[in-house]
Design a protein around this ligand. Structure first.
Ligand SMILES: Cc1ncc(C[n+]2csc(CCOP(=O)(O)OP(=O)(O)O)c2C)c(N)n1
Ligand SMILES: [Mg+2]
Length: 1036
């Protein structure tokens, strides 16, 4: 083993520094071409009878013998045994055994017995070589020279895999010797130096042979080192699919596969020029501005362009991208091709904004651009999704948007539309949303049929060393869970980068699965251009200061190869600098900042040309009786033949049918009516979340399962009308952050779809808080982008304990943008205008009909706003929580407030108290009022739309009961629920003429008690307060 390793050191290919003097960094690429060799072992070659065509014959015999020694004549068998056992040249040949049994037969038999140990050795050696090949395929990337600085280990591990024969400068001498001693004693492969020139048959699981099926060990090792231990580290052997593994091996092992034409090299150089000079230009003009520059990973631009070119060549015409701060401006300029003046003018702080938007354009706003791909001459649309600071949060959003774009163009296999996600190394390893997004990648209703992930692995996160930031060897290990191949590549080797990017794009178009390109690079400056990196990374930055920029290195290489000359190179630079200068001059003419030019998802036709809604009215959301009946009938039937449903479900459908006959709906049926009617109007509906198909509370049953046939399902909603829009209902993975982000992205693509995400219980939305806080609540304000996503959040104090009670209405209400202290002007269409101005709509419906209307209104509005609905649990089956068809007919609409309609409303002057409430508590209050016979004394007003606050209607309500005390009643604890939101607004509504009292649970840390009895006691106490007309006397 020792000998073999020493030899392997001699075997290492010439380094580029030996061939190209100008590339003088530590570990540099070897030449990538191979001589096609036809070799067999030296002793064999020395036999006198081997000449001319006979050698071909012998070679064939030899390979046949390697496969199966019995398949050749005994004489050949003996010859090859002898040769492989090390017989001296000319002595391996034994004449064929004579036919008769004689002395010579005896000696032959003796020889065979003697030769037996050599057969064992031969087999062992072949197995050893196979193991060696496999070791390189599995662990070669640990040895690959990935760090351009030559000082760090990309896998955070300085040790070498024990089963790879390689020489390296990774280890110091003492460690190296000790390691070899251990290996030699263990006799790892049982091979030694004398085996190096023996020819070994190659297994079918390697392509290093090219056209050869056998190679000398020396050449095998050399080729394995070339394929796996240079500037590319390929991680793929965990993939459970042989065809995919073979595909990758072929791409990296085939000798001479990594060839570039001079034209390709020049294109690569030109792209590097743009990438590098763009950052330099920004630095020259705005030296004190943060820009999160790309220096140290300039190769990202050619990398992305390669992926896009190759994908375009394979038929993709729409690429949706998501990326963080690093290099974003460069990507906008040189990949998306945003006009440079539009970028440069963002640096002008004096520009006035033309429209809303927080103006944080430079690193957060999105972009949409359609152009011709120059390489393929095909149209391509590129969209960069706006993103918040929250790293990786845009990942699922990009995927959702991609899925939607695929859906709308009928691209069921991802052949036309694809996504590219960019990541930082620290964020990719650290953020759980990356994992959640990966888990969506292969689910039927969420797959985008393969994403190309590109990691800008600058081996640092802000000031944190990766050794303190992750426990996995690479930042990319998360991708292994979905069997995505991972291509690590030294970013200072542009050709290697372009090669892996081509392979990644081909992988995606071949297998339609995710793939990762890990650009191992460095960050030339601090985290931003103002930061001092030497405070925290002194040694790394000493090395970085010495590091020649990749453009310079590559230019020198191409000049030395005669691909370009110095003058051409300088002209390329001058040409791009001029483009920048001219754009900069033009950018000074820009007087106004148009943030709407930075939309990632325009909705052509939905708004006027000025981007305004086409009207400020909302038509009636009612529906004609026939449609209600028809939808109801389909909802209570099984619209396909020979389909056996569960007996319990038959009963549920039967009850539904009876409701339809009685012209009533419960919650589930109201939802059916809303969805079914919108489908008729061509609105696509997508309902996604955990267990939404049946419904957590077993009330929905949108997917029927044949009890006798596995996977046979029926979705009656898709059997409603001849030309209806499709209905998608999908149980999701158990993720809130990922799935809500995904649906938000889906809703982004088109205004003509109702996209709903349902939380299993409302409180689970907080694991998706980032999507709510960063996208849904402020999305329009930050990025001028509207979104009509609907959140269904089961909520209600049902005595189920603290974990399943509260969807945290207080949080949503706290983030509403309506002013609690200002009574708004009541103009025409106040209700619609108010909706237009709000950041989101928050409702808690108390009747199925109102739920039906609010869902329909969401689509019939002339603009889009997120809609948060607190949905009930016990009301799903509450006998009183039913609505008549009459409340859903044409002319009816969503009731923002439901006034009292009983005795109190008939004699409002007599009313002593108005209880304002929302949601399910209404039913507790009416029951209690009835029990206490206080219907004439106490009015109960339901606030169905909490935000925007129905100032106009509540003003009327308050005025209607002039003598009444006003009380807000809620079942939630006082520091939770709606009280803090409603109280100041109600006070504003009545011009602070009266107090607004509180009847409800006391403040608490948890949303609810875990004790059923305490729950009931608390409920009774709040009802007592609500109906005790003296309750607030002493406080007045
Ligand atoms: C969720 C989240 N947490 C923290 C931050 C603050 N932050 C901004 S950049 C950064 C380091 C990112 O490192 P990496 O992902 O390696 O990207 P790089 O800046 O090195 O390109 C951090 C921690 C953030 N933006 N988002
Ligand atoms: Mg980093």
């Amino acid at each position: 083993m020792l000998n073999l390793r020493t030899c392997a050191a001699k075997l290492r290919p010439l380094t580029a520094s030996q061939t190209v003097k100008t590339l003088s960094q530590h570990r540099v690429a070897a030449p990538r071409t191979f001589q096609q060799l036809r070799c067999y072992s030296a002793p064999v070659a020395a036999e006198p009878f081997l000449s001319g065509t006979s050698s071909n014959y012998v070679e064939e015999m030899y390979y046949a013998w390697l496969e199966n020694p019995k398949s050749v004549h005994k004489s050949w068998d003996i010859f090859f045994r002898n040769a492989n056992a090390g017989a001296a040249p000319g002595t391996a040949y034994q004449s064929p055994p004579p036919l008769s049994t004689s002395l010579s037969t005896l000696s032959q038999a003796q020889f065979l017995v003697q030769a037996q140990p050599n057969v064992d050795k031969l087999v062992e050696d072949h197995l050893a070589v196979q193991s060696l090949i496999r070791a390189y395929q599995i662990r070669g990337h640990h040895v690959a020279q990935l760090d351009p600085l030559g000082i760090l280990d990309a896998d955070l591990d300085s040790s070498l895999p024990a089963d790879i024969v390689t020489s390296t400068d990774k280890l110091d001498l003492a460690v190296f010797k000790e390691r070899l001693r251990v290996l030699t004693v263990g006799g790892f492969y049982g091979l030694d130096e004398s085996d190096l020139d023996k020819v070994f048959h190659l297994p079918t699981t390697t392509f290093i042979g090219g056209n050869e099926s056998a190679l000398p060990l020396r050449e095998i090792i050399r080729r394995l080192e070339m394929a796996y231990c240079q500037h590319i580290g390929v991680e793929f052997m965990f993939i459970n699919d042989l065809e995919q593994c073979q595909w990758i091996r072929q791409k990296f092992e085939t000798p001479g596969i990594m060839q570039f034409t001079n034209e390709e090299k020049r294109t690569l150089l030109a792209r590097l020029v743009r990438s590098t000079r763009f950052e330099e230009f920004l630095h020259r003009k705005w030296s004190s501005e943060k820009r999160f520059g790309l220096e140290g990973c300039e190769v990202l631009i050619p990398a992305l362009k390669t992926i896009i070119d190759k994908s375009s060549e394979k038929g993709v015409d729409y690429v949706i991208m998501g990326m963080p701060h690093r290099g974003r401006l460069n990507v906008l300029a040189n990949v998306i091709r945003k006009e440079l003046e539009q970028i440069f003018c963002q640096f002008d702080s004096k520009l006035e904004a033309a429209d809303e938007g927080s103006g944080d354009v430079k690193y957060h706003l999105g972009m949409y651009h359609r152009r011709i791909n120059r390489v393929t001459d095909r149209n391509i649309t590129l969209s960069l999704v706006a993103n918040p600071s929250h790293l990786e949060a845009a990942d699922p959003v990009v995927q959702g948007k991609t899925k939607a774009e695929q859906f709308y163009c009928g691209d069921t296999e991802g052949k036309k539309v694809m996504s590219i996600l960019l990541h930082g190394d620290a964020a990719f390893a650290g953020q759980g949303i990356v994992y959640e997004t990966f888990h969506l990648s292969d689910l039927p209703s969420y797959t985008t049929h393969g994403t190309v992930h590109v990691v800008v692995n600058n081996q640092i996160g802000f000031t944190t060393d990766p050794r303190m930031a992750r426990s996995s060897p690479y930042p990319t290990d998360v991708a292994r869970v979905v069997n995505a191949p991972i291509f690590h590549v030294n970013a200072d080797d542009p050709e290697a980068v372009v090669y892996v990017c081509n392979v990644a794009a081909e992988w995606r178009s071949t297998f339609h699965k995710d793939v990762v390109v890990d650009l191992v690079c460095y960050r030339r400056n601090g985290h931003n251009e103002m930061d001092e990196p030497m405070f925290t990374q002194p040694l790394m930055y000493k090395q970085i200061r010495k590091q020649k920029p990749v453009l310079q290195k590559y230019a020198e290489l191409l000049i030395s190869q005669g691909v370009v000359n110095q003058l051409e190179y300088e002209e390329e630079i001058a040409k791009y600098d001029k483009i920048c200068e001219e754009a900069h001059a033009r950018s000074k003419d820009e007087k106004i900042l148009h943030i709407k030019h930075w939309l990632d998802s325009p909705w052509p036709g939905f708004f006027t040309l000025d981007g305004q809604p086409r009207s400020m009215t909302c038509p009636s959301t009612g529906l004609n009786e026939e449609d209600l009946t028809h939808i109801g009938q389909v909802a209570s039937s099984v619209p396909v033949e020979d389909f056996t449903i569960h007996g319990g479900l038959s009963r549920i459908l039967k009850t539904r049918g009876e409701m339809v006959k009685n012209r009533t709906v419960d919650w589930a049926l109201a939802e059916y009516m809303a969805f079914g009617s919108l489908l008729k109007e061509g609105i696509h509906i997508r309902l996604s979340g955990q267990d939404v198909e049946r419904g957590t509370f077993s009330h929905r049953h949108h997917v029927l399962h044949d009890q006798n046939v596995d996977k046979r399902i029926c979705i009656p909603m898709n059997h409603l009308w001849p030309n209806q829009a499709p209905y998608t209902v999908c149980n999701s993975s158990l993720s809130e952050y990922g799935v809500l982000g995904f649906e938000l992205g889906f809703a982004m693509a088109s205004p003509n779809a109702l996209v709903l995400w349902e939380a299993q219980f409302g409180d689970f939305h907080n694991t998706a808080q980032c999507i709510i806080d960063q996208f849904i609540c402020p999305g329009q304000a930050k990025w001028v982008r509207q979104n009509g996503i609907v959140l269904l959040l089961p909520h209600g104090m049902e005595g189920m304990g603290p974990e399943h009670s509260s969807a945290r209405p207080e949080r949503f209400l706290q983030m509403c943008n309506d002013d609690p202290d200002v009574f708004p002007k009541l103009l025409d269409d106040f209700d619609v205008r108010q909706l237009y101005e709000c950041n989101w709509i928050v409702v808690n419906c108390s009747t199925p009909a109102n739920f039906f209307h609010v869902l329909r209104r969401q689509i019939l509005l002339p603009f889009r706003k997120p809609l948060i609905i607190f949905t009930p649990k016990s009301l799903l089956r509450h006998p009183e929580a039913r609505s008549s068809f009459d409340d859903m007919l044409p002319g009816t609409h969503f009731l923002r407030v439901i006034p009292d309609s009983g005795p109190a409303a008939q004699n409002p002057e007599q009313v002593k108290r108005v209880l304002f409430c929302t949601g399910k508590v209404y039913y507790d209050l009416t029951r209690e009022r009835k029990a206490r016979q206080m219907e004439a004394d106490v009015a109960i007003t339901r606030v169905e739309q909490l935000s925007p606050f129905p100032f106009d209607l509540l003003q009327k309500e308050a005025q209607k009961y002039p003598a009444a005390e006003l009380v807000w009643c809620q079942e939630e604890h006082k520091n939770q629920g709606y009280y803090d939101y409603v109280k100041p607004r109600l006070r504003t509504t009545i011009n602070r003429a009266k107090p607004v009292w509180y009847a409800g649970r006391e403040p608490a840390a948890a949303p609810a008690t875990g004790n059923k009895k305490t729950h009931l006691t608390e409920l009774q106490r709040l009802l007592d307060t609500a109906f005790n007309l003296d309750a607030f006397k002493d406080l007045a």
